[in-house]
Design a protein. Structure first.
Length: 306
């Protein structure tokens, strides 16, 4: 039976090549929007996590400090209550990191980087908000504000910026990711409906073209499963192929960005990634499942009158 089902599926796929290609292209176009959005979400999370490793607060030091003052300031910052880790980045190191990121363009801007200030990347200790005698989000914000004030009291600290609260860079990245998460649910629902619609129209066309063949199978006593399985397999194959092509398109776009945007990626300290193998398998499998479900619904309603 399996061999017969596969032969019928293959014949159906080859019977209408133009219609099959059109359906796969439409499914791929819809799925590409979702695949691109998922990839952007994954990379936003990686950027935010990568930058958050450096610290929640960024203390900018006064330019022109003596070299010995940097280590002294870092030691005093580490001794403050509520501090878990302090990373010192003196001007020479900050300049070298930026020059390395710029690569071949470093010689054009090297002289302009000599005035880069030193910085302290400060990570709070876990439970620091409890030490301030408050709880919840207000307690965390109060503890962060108190730590920022202590850092500003240190001689040689010019400015302290929060990266995870308010208008901080990491906070904005997480806010963007949350907004994108809501968009992904809406986009995913739209893509699912679109895939189901395309598959349903193609199944209706297939039923019209194969009505005589199906009537013969019914007349000789073929089971419901024998008649429906080729339709389900055909729809699942179309949806899965469209989803797979969308992932290939996103992968090609990612490769182009790695080449064309190499300098920007170095500045962001990010290695651009696409969906993992497991996520890609879920993506393709989900599309195949939607296609099979749409085919089953239309086939039963049209063919068996249920």
């Amino acid at each position: 039976m399996i061999g017969a089902v596969l032969r019928q599926t293959a014949r159906a796929l080859l019977r209408r090549p133009l219609a099959q290609l059109s359906a796969v292209a439409l499914i791929g176009a819809c799925a590409s929007l979702l695949a691109v959005s998922l990839t952007v979400s994954v990379n936003l999370s990686r950027i935010a996590a990568r930058w958050e490793e450096g610290g929640e607060l960024l203390a900018v030091l006064t330019p022109g400090l003596p070299a010995a003052s940097y280590e002294e300031l870092a030691a005093r910052a580490r001794a403050l209550p509520g501090v878990r880790q302090v990373t010192l980045r003196p001007p020479a190191l900050a300049q070298q990191d930026l020059l390395d990121a710029l690569g071949a363009d470093a010689f054009e801007v090297g002289a302009a980087l000599s005035a880069l200030p030193g910085t302290l990347e400060v990570q709070r200790a876990e439970g620091a908000e409890g030490a301030e005698g408050a709880e919840g989000a207000e307690g965390a914000e109060g503890a962060l504000a108190a730590l920022r004030a202590r850092l500003l009291d240190l001689p040689g600290v010019q400015e302290v910026t929060s990266l995870t609260e308010g208008d901080g860079l990491i906070a904005q990245l997480y806010a963007l990711r949350r907004a994108l998460g809501g968009w992904l649910w809406l986009l995913g629902a739209w893509v699912g409906v679109s895939v189901a619609f395309v598959v349903a129209q193609l199944v209706r066309l297939s039923l019209l073209q194969r009505r005589l063949e199906i009537e013969v199978w019914v007349a000789v006593g073929a089971s419901e499963g024998f008649i429906l399985l080729p339709l389900l397999a055909e729809a699942a194959a179309q949806a899965a192929l469209g989803a797979w092509l969308s992932l290939r398109l996103v992968g090609a776009l990612g490769g182009a960005l790695r080449v064309g945007g190499a300098q920007t990626l170095r500045l962001l300290q990010l290695e651009l990634v696409t969906l993992s193998a497991a996520d890609a398998a879920l993506f393709v499998g989900g599309a195949a499942l939607i296609g099979a479900a749409a085919s089953w619904r239309v086939a039963r309603a049209r063919l068996l009158g249920r």
